[in-house]
Design a protein around this ligand. Structure first.
Ligand SMILES: [Zn+2]
Length: 127
């Protein structure tokens, strides 16, 4: 196994064959697993390391401003409702809802998704 640390440095877990004493047999072969730095190991010629399990640090990617999806339901005359992306200029201060609530709204009769913002494109395939 190899593991990349948060500072980018690598550590390799290698097995070292050694002897251990046992109560039954006296002495037996054993493998000790240790973590070492790249300076402490070198690859063995002819060995394929491409399938060695690799762990990398989990990097939290900050969500860009404005990328957060939210939805608004605007009630129109005649009982119609229109679902918008939360910052659509045509949402007219409609109530903010979750994705589930937006989809539930769109399944109702007389509801539609706004075609000005990306609500229709984003939600219609999910309804
Ligand atoms: Zn809209």
């Amino acid at each position: 196994m190899r593991r990349q640390l948060e500072d980018g440095a690598w550590r390799y877990r290698v097995g070292i064959a050694m002897w251990q004493t046992t109560t039954a047999a006296g002495v037996a072969a054993a493998e000790y697993l240790v973590w070492v730095t790249p300076e402490q190991v070198r690859p063995i010629d002819g060995i394929d390391y491409s399938t060695v399990a690799t762990e990398r640090p989990v990097v939290e990617v900050p969500e860009p401003a404005g990328a957060r999806w939210g939805w608004r339901v605007r009630r129109m005359s005649g009982g119609r409702t229109v679902v918008h992306v939360h910052d659509c200029p045509e949402s007219g201060g409609g109530s903010e809802v979750s994705l589930d609530e937006a989809l539930t709204e769109l399944r109702r009769a007389r509801a539609s998704a706004c075609k000005t913002c990306e609500a229709a494109e984003a939600l219609t395939p999910l309804v």
